[in-house]
Design a protein around this ligand. Structure first.
Ligand SMILES: [Zn+2]
Length: 1040
């Protein structure tokens, strides 16, 4: 009645600001809650009948928890410290007078909660994720039991861990977590719906702006709704809702942009919390999604990372079964295809293949299909090899948004074709709202349309909604907001959709799209190539260990006998390595607890890998091995790389002695070494009068000053000096390293202005090995305030490179240690090894795109060459590098303090090497030498057998690298050989083998035979055609 009376005198308000603020106050949580609409959201309240708890330092299963002794607890109590778990038993008794009402259990705490009911997890409750209500009943029935018992499992950490003072600060170990609310309430859904209507209208009024008439239409409608609404009389609400419905149902024209909203919940597999907590984060987030799907059958949810599915499968089987149902219905959508959302720069090519192999096979086995989109929304840059690897794993589509974080340049596209170093292309989409954690707000959908860089080319875009990073996921409110925006004039169309639906449309619209060639370099977080050096070293070493175990086990398998290929053990170890490649672990941007876990996993791979390798070698060459210890007469030397190698090795003799020997070992095989071979020219080491030391081996000649700096590096056959006049190489430099915020992540451009050469000598250079097979000299420096560096500089007979075995006791704060090699080479580009290939980056800072890459990543080598000559820098566990002008730098150690205050403090050992060369780096064999440095020959005591050598595989072209050899996943009688073209050339190569092979065929990276991929077996093996950087996998069926 009241509204009708008012209606007669109703005119649009004249003052925009008072009308806006009037509506705001009607919705305010702070002001006028005694008389506004917000104050009516909840009705009667009632405390739990009883509340009790028990606390534990372990993350225990429900069954174990409920059997514990619970003690009384109350609202206002606090629990902790950090990482503890508190289990609450909550007995509830709903007042009979609430019949017919919607009843919620409201729980507020700064910890992360999980509600358990009838022994099943039913709802995550996290205040930071706007989830504080568990709906007990939508309409309480008279006959329904009014008493029930819930358990709440409260983790003593927040959505983002427990940073002390700021989010990314190291966790506060003593934080307490308070239970601030636990009660039953009546929820007034009609008030809630009206609040959502008004919020959307208010946002439209404010955000569409005064030049847009829809802004005024929305404002006047909202104002009128306030007029119509009597908050004390719910019978006035429908009229107000009708006013909102009328404006929301005014439709768009045909040309309007369509937003594909997909529920999402980015869960970092470890970051500001340990791996173990992530398992619970998955459960809390996903059970909430499943719960939402039950009442919102349109809800879709894109979910990545096979590892997280596997965690939930093993720890929460009931929830997992529900997820499987929703996957079958097409609502819960597995995406990504990888084991985890890995770092996009540092994992090796083979590791990246295994991310997909483990991931896609898991999705196929569990859900009956592989993923069709690669999904890496939060990773710190993307290798130019990824397009080919995606295509090889059944994926043509890629989604990320991280390049919106670029500090310097704005990436020019949101929808485009991305072309990798081999020419493979994938359709790539960056949600134009620049986020993977949208909340379904007007502001976000408007930004999505406005920000889209490909306007006119495509008219569809993705919108990922749900709390993320620490988990959380979508809420009912986000869905309810977007329902109102499904097709409202002035706003883009918002449809709940799936990645597949979006990409299918984009594929149809793709004729106008542009192409981006090469890497997607993130102009931020470049410190992550260096931070947490032990993790980097663990990654590189464990990649090598698993390579060697697979090669040797495959050879043992192919040689026949009783050898059992350790498929399940290898799968377990690979999964540990792949897990540690997660995009906050391998980059080093995690807390100390995570670092400890990661280092434990590497230790496990080293331990188990050593055992597996020993078993494989015993099976492969059992009859050659030394029968009893201590009386070695010969040495068995194994080479897991696909080329013959001549190198100096250390043989262990009686009583722990070590002798050197020069050996030649065939490709992927072994040789028995008895008499040491003498080199054509021994290493000569000479001390000069001024204290400097000269070394030469017939290939290179070097001169080192007392501080271990190279003053000359000559290639003997051309008498070419590698160093510029008056310059020293192997020069250490220390930089101040204080970024703007993201401590472990970022090194800023201005650090370069703080360069200080390290010149504090502790122990001058002295000769440690006098020459012959090996010459070496060592020295020590003080670095910074309190760190020390000791280096042994080693030159081996026949070696084309000089090796620097480095030990550092590192105790710095916010310093960055690099080593520099100025070279007498002029080139505007340097070359860096990446996964299965290499790419060039400029050595100059012409444009903003050039200087934004002041710190870049590489794998085993980087090189700068002019026609006919160049210098390469090799390494065994580093990733950060740069080449500016004629100076090559390798980034060695950082010392960030957040989120791990102890990051990198302690002992480090690493090796790098410098290799001057004639001709191109390809022709000079830089690629092979970098492999050699990373894959030492294995020497085992052997019996005094006849001198013999055996080779399993060889490849006819030096351009082709045989990278991996493993048992086929689905065929125990077959092996897979993976090769790639490494020079950037088109070649035909013969893959030759001495193993019994009865059939050969090409397969994809998931080991699915290629159509028409059968390869004729000829005398010389199988013939393979490569284009630049092409990766090929060959399935070889063993047997005569
Ligand atoms: Zn992340």
């Amino acid at each position: 009645m009241r509204s009708a009376q008012r209606g007669r005198s109703m005119a649009a308000p004249k003052h925009r600001r008072t009308a806006l603020e009037r509506v705001q106050k009607f919705l305010s949580e702070t002001y006028f809650t005694d008389c506004n609409l917000r104050g009516r959201l909840f009705g009667d309240r009632c405390p739990p009948a009883s509340l009790s708890c028990f606390q534990t330092s372990r993350r225990i299963p429900y069954d174990e928890a409920v059997g514990q002794k619970f003690s009384p607890a109350k609202v206002g109590d606090s629990f902790g410290p950090t990482w503890e778990t508190c289990w609450f038993k909550v007995e509830l008794s709903i007042p009979p007078a609430w019949a017919g009402r919607e009843v919620h259990f409201v729980w507020e705490s700064d910890g992360e909660g999980m509600v358990w009911r009838d022994a099943q997890p039913v709802q995550g409750l996290t205040k930071e994720g706007e989830k504080t209500s568990y709906i007990l009943t939508r309409s309480l029935k008279e006959m329904e039991p009014h008493s029930l018992t819930l358990y709440v499992e409260l983790a003593c950490n927040g959505l983002f861990g427990a940073g002390k003072g700021s989010m990314i600060a190291p966790p506060d170990p003593d934080r307490r977590f308070t239970l601030s609310k636990a009660e039953l309430v009546v929820f007034n859904r009609d008030v809630y719906e009206l609040l959502v209507d008004l919020e959307i209208l208010l946002d439209m009024a404010q955000l569409l702006g005064e030049e847009n008439q829809r802004s005024f239409q929305a404002l006047y409608t909202a104002n009128q709704m306030v007029n119509v609404c009597d908050v004390t009389d719910p019978s006035t609400f429908p009229a107000a809702r009708d006013l909102a419905a009328a404006i929301f149902s005014q439709r768009n024209g045909e040309s309007q942009h369509t937003i594909h909203a997909v529920g999402h919940c980015h869960i970092d597999s470890a970051w500001l919390w340990p791996y173990e907590e992530t398992i619970r984060k998955c459960a809390r987030s996903w059970v909430t999604v499943v719960h939402l799907m039950e009442s919102n059958p349109e809800l879709t949810f894109a979910c990545s990372q096979a590892q997280q599915f596997e965690w939930v499968r093993s720890c929460y089987p009931g929830l997992y079964a529900q997820i499987q149902d929703f996957v079958a219905k097409g609502q819960f959508v597995p995406v990504g295809g990888t084991w985890v959302e890995m770092d996009g720069n540092l994992p090796s090519g083979e590791s990246m293949v295994r991310q997909f192999l483990q991931g896609q096979r898991f999705f196929q086995q569990q859900f009956g299909r592989i993923c069709s989109e690669f999904w890496l929304p939060d990773t710190f840059g993307y290798s130019a090899q990824l397009p080919q690897l995606m295509r090889g794993c059944g994926i043509r589509r890629f989604l990320t948004q991280k390049l919106s974080w670029n500090l310097v340049n704005t990436f020019p596209h949101h929808t485009f074709f991305w072309e990798g170093i081999d020419g493979s292309r994938v359709l790539t989409h960056f949600p134009p709202g620049d986020s993977y954690g949208m909340h379904g707000r007007v502001e976000e959908v408007l930004k999505t349309v406005k920000n889209n860089k490909d306007k006119g080319r495509v008219n569809h875009s993705a919108f990922l909604f749900g709390f993320g990073d620490g988990g959380g996921g979508p809420t009912q409110k986000m869905l309810d907001r977007m329902k109102r925006m499904s097709d409202t004039d002035g706003l883009p169309r918002v449809q709940i959709s799936t990645p597949d639906r979006l990409f299918s449309i984009l594929e149809k619209e793709s004729s106008q799209l542009c192409t981006w060639v090469g890497e997607l370099f993130l102009e931020l977080h470049n410190g992550t190539y260096t931070t947490q050096a032990q993790i980097k070293k663990g990654n590189r070493e464990c990649e090598r260990i698993l390579h060697d175990v697979e090669v040797l086990s495959s050879l043992a398998l192919a040689r026949g006998g009783a050898f059992q290929y350790p498929a399940s053990q290898l799968q377990r170890l690979w999964r540990l390595l792949l897990l540690n490649q997660f995009h906050d672990v391998l980059p080093g941007s995690c807390i100390q607890l995570v670092v400890e876990d990661a280092l434990r996993y590497y230790a496990e791979i080293r331990r188990a890998g050593a055992g597996l390798q020993e078993e494989a070698v015993r099976s492969l060459c059992g009859d050659l091995l030394q029968p009893e210890a201590g009386s070695a007469e010969s040495t068995l030397v194994l080479n897991t790389l696909p080329w013959e190698r001549t190198e100096v090795i250390a043989r262990s003799g009686p009583a722990g002695t070590e002798t050197l020997a020069l050996v030649t070992v065939p490709s992927m095989g072994y040789a028995i070494v008895r008499e040491p071979v003498l080199p054509a020219q021994p290493v000569a080491v000479r001390r000069q009068e001024d204290g400097s030391i000269a070394m030469e081996n017939g290939v290179i000649a070097v001169c080192l000053d007392v501080m271990g700096r190279l003053t000359s590096l000559r290639l003997l056959d051309s008498q070419r000096e590698s160093l510029p006049d008056g310059c020293c190489a192997n020069q250490f430099a220390l930089f101040d390293d204080v970024p703007l915020y993201w401590d472990a992540w970022d090194v800023m451009d201005y650090h370069l202005e703080t360069r200080k050469p390290v010149t504090m000598l502790l122990k001058p250079l002295e000769i440690t090995l006098a020459g012959g097979l090996r010459g070496s000299a060592s020295f020590s420096l003080r670095v910074g305030e309190s760190s020390t560096l000791t280096q042994e500089i080693i030159l081996d007979a026949t070696s084309p490179y000089l090796r620097f075995l480095t030990q550092v006791e590192w105790k710095e704060a916010h310093k960055f240690l690099k080593v520099e090699f100025p070279v007498q080479v002029r080139s505007t580009n340097a070359t860096y090894e990446i996964q299965f290939g290499h790419l060039q980056r400029p050595t100059h800072w012409n444009t903003s795109w050039d200087w934004a890459r002041f710190e870049v990543w590489a794998h085993k080598w980087l090189d700068v060459s002019e026609h006919g000559f160049g210098v390469a820098l090799l390494n065994d566990c580093k990733y950060g590098a740069s080449a500016h002008g004629n100076v090559l730098s390798l980034s060695l150690l950082r010392a960030p303090k957040s989120p791990d205050a102890t990051a990198d403090i302690g002992h480090h050992q690493f090796t790098y090497a410098v290799m001057p060369h004639r001709g191109s780096f390809q022709d000079a064999g830089v690629i092979q030498r970098a492999y050699n440095l990373n894959f030492p020959l294995h020497a085992v005591p052997a019996s005094s057998a006849q001198c013999l050598a055996w080779s399993a595989f060889s490849v006819s072209s030096p351009a082709v690298v045989l990278e991996a050899l493993k048992q086929a996943e689905d065929r125990p009688d077959a092996v897979v050989v993976r090769l790639y073209e490494a020079h950037g050339s088109t070649v035909v190569a013969w893959l030759q083998t001495s193993l019994p092979v009865k059939e050969a065929m090409l397969c994809d990276l998931l080991e699915r035979p290629a159509a028409g991929g059968r390869l004729p077996l000829e005398q010389r093996g199988v013939r393979l055609s490569f284009t630049p950087f092409r990766v090929l996998s060959v399935l070889l069926v063993l047997g005569q």
